[in-house]
Design a protein. Structure first.
Length: 263
């Protein structure tokens, strides 16, 4: 336990001054900001205030200038944007030592390789959760400034549940990304994986089988294609996602522990 704590402390000290934290915060915060702009335009001119494509999307999702719609937008933003942002975070955390040429120094520490990797997973999870909490707070601030109607504590509690469960589902998918960062010894392989998975999510979703593709599950659960699609998810959907996460985690631990990383 003591060595695990030292590994986590080292990870925090190593990353705390990195500008990547601010970059991901700004990138992720675009969702509540643009969602607020949509709400403002709809308050002013209704659907006529939106452009053609955005108007069509809003009509399909039955979006109105109120709290239920805005909170739903925040959840959907996590469900889709979280795949990209969380994947970027994981790629950076697990691939940076290879790109910087410092992996030899890392594995020379008097800490087990498994503890080093677990510290990275804990740090990545904490980072992702911090981002979604910041997004939620920004969204609430914007919503109250705009004076959106329809606030109900019961709906807020229900949407908050969807919001954080969506976050949890995406965080589970960080483990395969970590494996590809270790296997590819850098950023490019995991970022390529994230890009391909996002494209495949769209294709399989359009074909009506997205509920069986792990990277499409968070988006469907968030309601990004409409709340009706959430009902398409079943036990198999979540089982496949969990199995993918478990395989990614143990694959990462095994690869990190058994492979000659100095080559």
């Amino acid at each position: 336990m003591n060595t695990a704590w030292h590994a986590l402390k080292a990870e925090v000290l190593k990353n705390k001054h990195s500008p990547i934290h601010g970059i991901t915060l700004v990138a992720f915060a675009l969702a509540p900001i643009f969602g607020g702009i949509i709400m403002f335009l709809m308050q002013s001119r209704g659907m006529d205030g939106l452009s053609g494509a955005l108007r069509s999307k809003s009509e399909v999702l039955a979006i109105a200038a109120d709290w239920p719609s805005y909170l739903s937008i925040l959840t959907q933003a996590v469900g889709v944007g979280g795949i990209l942002i969380f994947g970027f975070i994981t790629s950076w955390l697990f691939g940076r030592e290879f790109s910087d040429g410092t992996v030899k120094d890392l594995i020379a520490l008097p800490v087990s390789r498994a503890n080093i990797l677990n510290a990275k997973f804990i740090y990545a999870t904490t980072w992702c959760v911090a981002l979604v909490i910041c997004n939620l707070l920004i969204g609430l601030l914007i919503g109250f400034i705009l004076g959106l109607s329809g606030w109900e504590w019961s709906f807020f509690a229900r949407e908050l549940n969807h919001y954080f469960l969506t976050t949890f589902l995406i965080i589970l998918l960080n483990t395969p990304v970590a494996y590809f960062a270790l296997w590819g010894k850098g950023y490019l392989s995991p970022l390529g994986l994230v890009t391909i998975m996002l494209v495949m999510s769209q294709i399989l979703g359009a074909l009506g089988v997205g509920q069986y593709f792990p990277w499409a599950v968070p988006g469907l659960y968030s309601g990004s294609g409409g709340t009706a699609y959430r009902s398409h998810l079943n036990y198999m959907s979540y089982a496949l996602l969990f199995l993918t996460s478990i395989a990614g985690y143990f694959g990462s631990i095994r690869y990190w522990s058994k492979t000659d990383l100095e080559k």
